[in-house]
Write a new protein. Structure first.
Length: 167
């Protein structure tokens, strides 16, 4: 039997990590004796800006909701459909019963959403938008064309005092 010869694998050199430079730290500034405070006028301006932004955002969210094609769904029509589904449930077989139960869940969900949306008074949101839109538009540099593309009607922009020549 021939003697086995083994060859040793070449040894690898260990990597020695390089020394890293100490991080550069900015010198700490001495605290000023007088703390900077916002004036009441500045605070009022910030609050007014937040209110304007909120009014614009709420109005844009309502008008940008996708519209369903076809007839508008009403609370009464959905309630009637729920009653019809409940009546069909008693005589349905197991498979049909499952589908009717799901349909009832869907209708009730749609009913809740419709009630939630009806609580939002579009007139009040529109009125708040009209009050602040001109100042908001001027401050943010928003043009008439941008408002129109965002979905705001020409009539609402006219009421707000934003004309075609804006920006």
């Amino acid at each position: 039997m021939p003697a086995k010869t083994t060859t040793a694998a070449p040894q690898r050199r260990k990597r020695v990590p390089k020394k890293q430079a100490a991080p550069v730290v900015a010198p700490v500034k001495a605290a000023s004796k007088r703390a900077s405070r916002m004036s009441d006028g500045h605070k009022a301006a910030l609050a007014a800006g937040r209110e304007e932004g909120r009014a614009v955002r709420n109005y844009l969210e309502v008008i940008s909701r996708p519209k369903r094609p076809g007839r508008k769904r009403t609370v009464e029509s959905i309630t009637r459909q729920v009653s019809e589904v409940d009546a069909k449930l008693s005589g349905a077989d197991a498979g049909q019963r499952l589908l009717l139960i799901q349909q009832r869940f869907d209708l009730k969900s749609e009913l809740e959403q419709l009630k939630k949306e009806s609580n939002e008074d579009l007139g009040a949101l529109e009125g708040a938008f009209v009050k602040v839109a001109a100042a908001y538009s001027e401050r943010k540099g928003i043009s008439y064309a941008a408002w129109r593309e965002a979905g705001v009607s020409a009539n609402v922009l006219r009421q707000a005092g934003i004309g075609r020549s804006a920006h």
